[in-house]
Design a binder for this molecule. Structure first.
Ligand SMILES: O=C(O)CCC(=O)C(=O)O
Ligand SMILES: [Fe+2]
Length: 283
């Protein structure tokens, strides 16, 4: 399947709404490979962290920085995905080269009946603490590995809330959440959208959009990959050295690499995983 860069209208929509859904970004064959690897990869499961919500439900999350030559690394380095991100991220004056970097990716596994909720937050609410100065140069892409719907705890967003700028965040149980007052005010005028995705769909979202998700009370898993991108011009002054990937332009690979390249599992040397002790805010 040939992937397309974003159209002018899609770019406009992202800037107006703070998010953009691209249906079928990955085809059936690609999705089944991603699902199989997520199930089988010993390194992913070895490094999975439990993240509890306020009611004790938990999601399994594996987070890594440097993308390697494994299937998930190749996905995040794919030409059209990186090219689309490049169309959406703001550029610093004077930056006219290839400057899209991989900050980190996380594989989120919300298992049936146990997968936990996420409080309302902005990703930049976390990343601000890592001293990245430019929210417009940061964004995330969620790739649905299974279908995500209201029943299994899909992502919810407040449409247009990225225009509010950064909102204060504080601890809420083990998670960091946005000030409830500002969430309530945002909901007075902005639309609360449940972003239902089919496996293979991609959701591009701004680092300042308010989002949350419910626990997975259904019988179906809700698995997704969230990859976060940055520009090399946006230095995280309070980032640990292990995440120099956030200012190192991505080594881009052809889209076909995902299906055709010979890949190993994630190895210790290729991917540097986050441990729970390393970052209390869990990105
Ligand atoms: O997967 C989810 O439901 C939300 C996760 C999220 O927003 C995050 O990890 O920042
Ligand atoms: Fe988030």
């Amino acid at each position: 399947m040939t992937k397309q860069l974003l159209t002018h209208a899609q770019i406009q929509q992202y800037h107006t709404d703070g998010y953009l859904i691209v249906r079928g970004f990955y085809d059936k064959e690609e999705v089944s490979k991603l699902y199989r690897i997520a199930l089988d990869d010993a390194m992913i499961s070895k490094h999975a962290i439990d993240v509890n919500d306020s009611t004790g439900k938990r999601s399994k999350l594996s987070l890594w920085y440097k993308p390697g030559d494994d299937v998930y690394g190749l996905l995040t380095r794919g030409k059209t995905l990186v090219g689309s991100v490049d169309q959406l991220l703001a550029r610093q004056p004077g930056d006219d080269g290839h400057s899209v970097c991989h900050y980190h990716s996380k594989l989120m596994q919300k298992e049936p009946r146990v997968g936990g909720a996420w409080e309302w937050h902005q990703d930049y609410g976390y990343w601000y603490k890592n001293e990245f100065l430019y929210p417009e140069q940061l964004m995330s892409v969620m790739i649905a590995i299974t279908d995500a719907n209201v029943e299994n705890g899909c992502l919810q967003v407040i449409k247009g809330s990225h225009k509010m700028g950064r909102v204060e965040h504080g601890f809420s149980g083990e998670q960091v959440g946005a000030s409830q007052r500002y969430v309530d005010l945002a909901l007075r005028t902005m639309e609360h959208v449940f972003v239902e995705l089919n496996a293979g769909d991609a959701l591009f979202f701004h680092s300042n959009i308010l989002h949350r998700s419910e626990a997975n009370l259904s019988e179906h898993p809700r698995w997704s990959l969230i990859s976060c991108y940055n520009r090399s011009t946006n230095i995280g002054y309070h980032e640990s050295s292990s995440s120099s990937s956030s200012i190192t332009p991505i080594d881009i690979v052809p889209d076909e690499a995902l299906l055709t390249w010979d890949t190993a599992g994630l190895t210790e040397s290729e991917a540097d995983f986050l441990s729970k002790e390393a970052d209390v805010s869990l990105k």
